[in-house]
Design a binder for this molecule. Structure first.
Ligand code: IPE
Ligand code: IPE
Ligand code: MG
Ligand code: MG
Length: 308
């Protein structure tokens, strides 16, 4: 499969944005949105690369699920799951930007949620995005017992990834380690938790929706572990040398806040080399998968080559 990454991502992001808008409209039931709905939509539709839903869909398609190009119904399981992952991610960004956390003013090229709506509304918008994700996941339809088991497993896995033993623990470590220098293995653990876990759960979700077998799911899970870690290493590198206009968020903030990052512990060049090594390891996990997994291959490379 010959893939042009830019047009592939643009096409996917376009459909994901349509799905999110559809579900937001369904939520407001054609009434004027309430203030909380406005804040949710503001952050959710502010832009963003949509990498978690893209990965969920690509994993499903790699294992033979029907292409989303043929799925017009935005209440279909793949869309509900993809949108739920993006809602959880967006909630995590809103809370990550709060004054008590990273205290950032710019996100996705716009004022952060608390700057635009006030802190209390931003906290609640985050809570509401996290919970609506589980509303969407639990509205997926299961026609067979296998599908019903997969649905529960997906919900369980995403809850764990987002929760106290996943992203929340990672965020806790990130905050408590400000001004404390972490050992490289602790830094890796923190990155796997705060960013890797949700990315891993996105790929797991796609694989289970496609009814992949145990071996396929295991391989994709290992692929996901590698790219999840590499994604946060890139985020750290971009915070040093990225272009803030392109990224839609401030740079230089990690060092201002004495965060533990790969560049601060290993240096820029070593961080880049490590990112490349991790992606090479990720790609090896796809050996034996056919050309339907080519999108996963190009996304893996994009993760360390991206400029925003
Ligand atoms: C930024 O995530 C925060 C991390 C977990 C690294 P993204 O880089 O995916 O942000 P958006 O969704 O494109 O705005
Ligand atoms: C964000 O990590 C991780 C989560 C939101 C869970 P960062 O704080 O490093 O991400 P940015 O740089 O603000 O996007
Ligand atoms: Mg943070
Ligand atoms: Mg941050």
């Amino acid at each position: 499969m010959d893939i042009n990454l830019e047009s592939y991502l643009n096409g996917r992001v376009g459909r994901i944005n349509e799905a999110l808008l559809f579900l937001l409209r369904e939520m407001t039931e054609n009434q004027v949105p309430t203030r909380i709905q406005e804040a949710m939509a503001y952050s959710l539709m502010a832009g963003g690369k949509r990498i978690r839903p893209v990965l969920c869909i690509a994993a499903a398609e790699a294992l033979g699920a029907p292409s989303i190009d043929n799925i017009e119904d935005y209440n279909a399981n793949i869309w509900l799951a993809a949108c739920a992952l993006e809602a959880i991610h967006t909630y995590s960004l809103i809370h990550d930007d709060l004054p008590a956390m990273d205290d950032d003013q710019l996100r996705r090229g716009k004022a952060t949620c608390h700057v635009a709506f006030g802190e209390a509304t931003a906290i609640l918008a985050g809570d509401a995005l996290l919970t609506v994700a589980f509303e969407w996941l639990s509205s997926m339809k299961a026609e067979t017992k296998t599908q019903a088991v997969a649905q529960i497993d997906i919900i369980h896995r995403i809850s764990k990834a987002a929760g106290y033993s996943g992203m929340i623990e990672g965020q806790m470590r990130d905050l408590t380690a400000e001004n404390v220098k972490l050992a490289p293995d602790e830094l890796e653990r923190m990155h796997r938790l705060k960013t890797g876990a949700l990315i891993q759960s996105a790929i797991y979700t796609g694989a289970r929706l496609a009814e992949g077998n145990a071996e396929q799911i295991h391989r994709l899970d290992q692929f996901a572990q590698f790219i999840g870690l590499a994604f946060q290493i890139s985020d750290d590198i971009l915070n040093v040398e990225g272009n803030p206009d392109e990224m839609g968020k401030a740079v230089g903030t990690d060092s201002q806040r004495n965060k533990n990052t790969y560049p601060s512990i290993l240096g820029l060049e070593e961080s880049k080399a490590l990112g490349q090594k991790i992606i090479n390891n990720a790609l090896k996990m796809l050996d034996g998968f056919d050309s339907r997994s080519d999108p996963l291959r190009v996304i893996a490379s994009y993760i360390i080559e991206r400029t925003c």
